[in-house]
Design a protein around this ligand. Sequence first.
Ligand code: 4AD
Ligand code: MG
Length: 458
Amino acid sequence: MIDRTPLVSVLDGSAADGEITVYGWVRTARSGKSVTFAEITDGSTSSSLQVVFHRDRFGDLSELTTGACVRITGRLVESPGQEQSRELEATGLQVIGPSGDDYPLQKKKHSLEFLRSIPHLRVRTNTFGAVFRMSHHLSLAIHRFFDENGFYFIHAPIITTSDAEGAGESFQVTSMPLDSVSLVDGRVDYTSDYFRRKAFLTVSAQLEAEPMALAMGKVYTFGPIFRADPSDTRFHTAEFWMIEPEMAFFDLDDDIRLIQEFVRYTARYLHERCGEEIAFFGRFYERELEERYRMLTASDFARITYTDAIDLIRRSGRHFEVAPEWGCEISTEYERFLTDEHFGSPVFVTDYPAAIKPFYMRLNDDGRTVACTDLLFPKVGEIVGGSQREERLEILGKRAEECGIDIGDYSWYFDLRRWGSAPHSGFGLGFERLLMYFTGMENIRDVIPFPRSRGRML
Ligand code: 4AD
Ligand code: MG
């Protein structure tokens, strides 16, 4: 067994008195006349431990280099330094995994762009350690919220036959070697493929969450989503995680209320548990970070219909690259105007034109808009997309047809409207975008351990 005291208990004072042994990685080492100081981290806390090596005791410290993995024995003493209250006075050192001058993280500061090229190492920096600790707490907050509110956690399939969003952004899954697919009359012969039909990686778990909700009441999924998104911005990635709750007997108003409660819960949860990380990001990345948490919990989020939003944007007198017109998407520049300028808060935009939304959203009485909402956040833009689902068989069939959907592929989905159909709603929240908001990180690739995006995969 390895006798080891984690740094978190060394630094919070709970470690036993006397000699202790710590394991970790050298963040920095600098030598003075008679002593050498090293900063050690082990991932158990965001802080590092300062270790003092008296050179009359340690002859050769040449292997105590940045990046090395070390085992250090010593005694905790009061630190004369300003930065920490206690430090470890070393009595023994063993270099377990040496590291040389070629270790890429030599400097104290590196650009995020450079760090993106070494995802296997960047997690050793303060920044990425803090990001992924917060990612952990956010995941737990999500599960806790739903558990406390009577939801069941569902594992949705990752391989599916549907393109739920109808946006044609799916990655195809096949066991056929693409360079020798069997063709019949010039077309791919799927009967020799693994599933004997076309299959995809899921773009949303919603369609599978619906049958579960229509039996279990309130369910949620929280899993990976894959999209060959044509947008390649700092908010888009090919592989991300989505939280998708689905609730029977919920209309759009109930859905919106739940979204707000959910987002607020996660903000309070992180604020209570991640004080050190939030202070760190506030200091080095986003001055207004505290304000972001306050904004989420202070008052109700704004709410506006799509039609009113377009009107507001048109009447704003602002110059936009593309002039807004009813029926267009809410582009980034409109989002910024609504969240950062006009409302200065998160805003629910509801009731979009049916023509720009998927077939499953419930048609409103006006016959041209659907009962849906996007939640837009200042700085980050769209965090959530949700809707009441079309529960009327006939209207669903019509909408599917208009959207060019092959109803035969979705017969099971239509069954839900044939037998015991019920009003129901749900939403999808992008985990990484929420984490961007909570950490102040400005690129989605900086909140994912091994990000995948167009033309980039390490
Ligand atoms: O708005 P979207 O496409 O909604 C759906 O897929 C619904 N079926 C969800 C549901 O009702 N169950 O995606 C939901 C959220 C977006 O608001 C955004 O936060 C995130 O998923 N998202 C992405 N995040 C990162 N990279 C991408 N390429 C993303 N596409 C969507
Ligand atoms: Mg959306």
